[in-house]
Every structure is written in structure tokens, then in C-alpha cells.
Ligand binder design. Sequence first.
Ligand code: F6P
Length: 478
Amino acid sequence: MASPSPTGARVLVASNRGPVSYSLADSGELTSKRGGGGLVSGLSAIGPDADAVWVCAALGDGDREAARRADGALPTEDTGGQRVRMLDIAADVHADAYNGIANSVLWFVHHMLYQTPLEPAFDAEFRRQWASFEAYNRAFAEALAEEAGEGAAVLVQDYHLVLVPRMLRELRPDLRIGHFSHTPWAPPEYFRLLPDDIAAQVLSGILGADRAAFLTQRWADAFTECCHAVLGPGIPSGTRIGVHGLGADADFLRKRSHEADVDERMAALREQIGTAPDGSTRKTIVRVDRTELSKNIVRGLLAYRHLLEDRPEWRERVVHVAFAYPSRQDLAVYRDYTAEVQRLADEINSQYGTPGWTPVVLHVQDDFARSLAAYRLADVALVNPIRDGMNLVAKEVPVVSDAGCALVLSREAGAFEELGEDAVAVNPYDIVGTADALHTALTLPEDERAERGKRLAAAATALPPAKWFLDQLHALES
Ligand code: F6P
């Protein structure tokens, strides 16, 4: 058992991806880039004086070099004032854990992405990668045990680190440990695709925490059902189950979306969208995603194609603005998906496009200011994931959109619990149904759209990241 550090941190966060990333130039110069997301703004809510540390993995050569030069603790001017410790885990161990187990197995289970007959196949290679996953989780548990002061609160994030709570509990029984799942949780009949011993290890790993928390009640219930099915009835009395929804950061988004670079990108997008032959402004259907299998971008494009086919009155009068930013490109299945998105967008453009109209404006280069510009221009936002823990785009667009956009939303997104009443609901597998939903959203009467847009924005901002983070911390401390 590790002994409590007398001067250690009071609050610790652990996640695979940290709040900062580094790139390494040929000259040896390191450039830092601060990340976004709920956790980054949530942690800043506890203030600069809090004795906090964020433990994350070094991802890529820049991070590894920064971690090596800084000997663990990175310069706080790079990290927005936070103490960040990046773990220099061997690249092959990290690749097995992150690409192999976390993103190719656990992600696929929770998002129900496997396709029979070939997947899943839990073979000897899987077992080898699982050993790396254990080593990677152990590296986190040991670093947290070293960094934490007596009785500190530790907030462990996501499916990458499911084994950490139990490992850490064994090293440091004095700590208060929380685990938060940002993904959906699979129902037992799907979760039990995992080999029995692995399924049990995942669940018992999380149950090492004092609190296991989820984004919605639906995912929390699924976790409890998996525990009953795999481990036998009853959640151990030491672990409480919590639900903390995460909303959009309204203040930040409203301010950021009116800065000059966003205005510039709006002008450029307007140019690409153009005007209809009768001089009217074209309607825009906007989507912004990582190019991620669970986001269902391909079925979204197929639905848009069906709309143009089935309702020719929309030709020349609507543009699908689709931003699909690179994600997990080490995995062949993600590279293939990215290529399919591009191919289908090109196909729709050559099938229906005219000299003055590009039906699909696809951008694949990540650009936050351009995403905000598209949010502002949106008449309709399309968010149709197969499954999603929450989906913050569904919450961000209504907040930023200038005219109050309509939202076409998958009933399988966590955000549906809060936004479903004012969205146009879709079954993400139903392409004709999604095309119909796009038509409904495009033709909502102005006043109804504005009213719904207001209610969507209010619901989307009810749980700001600071509240999300502090509620978890207080629940753990109480
Ligand atoms: O949804 C789970 C999650 O970890 C998010 O928190 C994050 O936005 C996303 O996956 C990104 O994954 P990656 O770190 O693999 O790019």
C-alpha cells in the first residue's frame, strides 16, 4: 500500500487525454495547445488556489518530449494554471490500451457498433492487448496514489480507465474515488459479448470507486443491470450510482461565436452556400462531428440524398454543411469511414449539383471558429448518432444559432432526455424517417421554430460544465 503524500493534491482528475497537447518542431521547439471540452472548463471552476492535479497520458512525440523535459509536472502557463502530470507510457503499451482495447473493444461495446459475422473476435491478440490495458491503468493508479494527499478526492474519467478505481483503492484506501462514464453504457445482452472474466473485471474495476457516475439515468440503469447480470444481484454497498448531465457553456459560446474570426468564416461559408435561383437565401442543414462511426454521418448523408430525391422542391434551395473532423486515424475502420463520408458527399454533389449549387459543403479540417460560424448560420442541426453518451453539438447549436435553429435529434443520444420534447426525433437507422424529419425541420413555421429554439437553448444550458464538475466533487465529498 502506498502511503499518503503529506503535501499531495486535494483534488485529482485522471483522463487519457489531458487539457493540453504539445507538438514538436524539427528545431526541437515545443508548442502547446490547450484543449476544449466540459472537463477543461469544469476543472477551472474550482479556482486557481485549489490544490488540484490532472493526470493524463502523453499522446504522441510532442507530449512525450514535453513530459520528459518537464520531468512530470508541465509548466502551468501552458495548462491554464493547472498542475498537469503527463504519464510517459511506452508507445506500444499505450497503442494496445487506447487503440486496441479502449477504442476497438470498449467503445464498440458501449456504442453497439460490432458487425457480425466477423466482429467481435476475442482472440489471443485481444488477450495480449488486455495485458497492456491493465499495465496502462496501473500506471495511472500508481501516479494518482503518489500525487494524492490524505483523503483527497479523485475523479477518474471514462472507459479508458475503468480498472483504475479498484487498483487505486488497493493502493490508497483513504481516498474518495469517483468514476465518470462519458459514453453510453451497453445493455447486459450486448455487454456480455465481452468474455466473462473481462466483463467482470470492467465492472469490478469501476465498483472500486465510491461513486460511479453517468451522463443520463438510462446509462446508469444499464450499468446496474450489467452488474446484476455479470456479478450477481446488488451493487456493493460501498459504491453509489450518480447521474450528472452535462450542458453547453453558454457564456463562453455566446462570446466566442461573435469574435472576428467567426464573422470571417461566416462570410466565407455564405459564399459557398450561395443563393437560390429565385434570389432567396438557401436553407442550411448543419452537422459538426468527429468522423466517428457512432456519429452516423454516412446515414445522415444518405438521408439528405433521399430528401433531394424524394422532394425535388428542395433542390437548389438547401445546402448540407457537414463538418467531419479527423478522429482515431490509427484505426483502419475509422480511415475507411472517413473515405466513405468523402466519397458519398462527392457522389451527391455530382449527382445533384449544378453550376451555382453545391448540395453538400464538406469540411474535414478541424476549425473551431468555422464550426461556430456554421452553428450561427444553421436553420436545422442534424445530430443522428447511433448511440451517444450525451452529444454536446446538440446542445451548442441551439445556443449559438442566430435565428434559433430546429434540431433533428437521434432518440439514442443522451441529450434526447433533456431536448427530446422540442427536437424532431429520429431513429438513427431509419434513412427515410431521417429524410422526413429533415423536411419537417426545414418547414417548421418561423414562430414555432423560434419558440422551440428558445426552449432548446434554455434546456441545453441548464447544466453548465462548472456545475457538472462541482456537483460531482461535492457528491463525492459528502
Ligand atoms: O465520449 C467519450 C470521449 O472520451 C469524449 O470525452 C471525447 O470527446 C471523445 O471520446 C474523444 O475521444 P479521443 O480522445 O479518442 O479523441
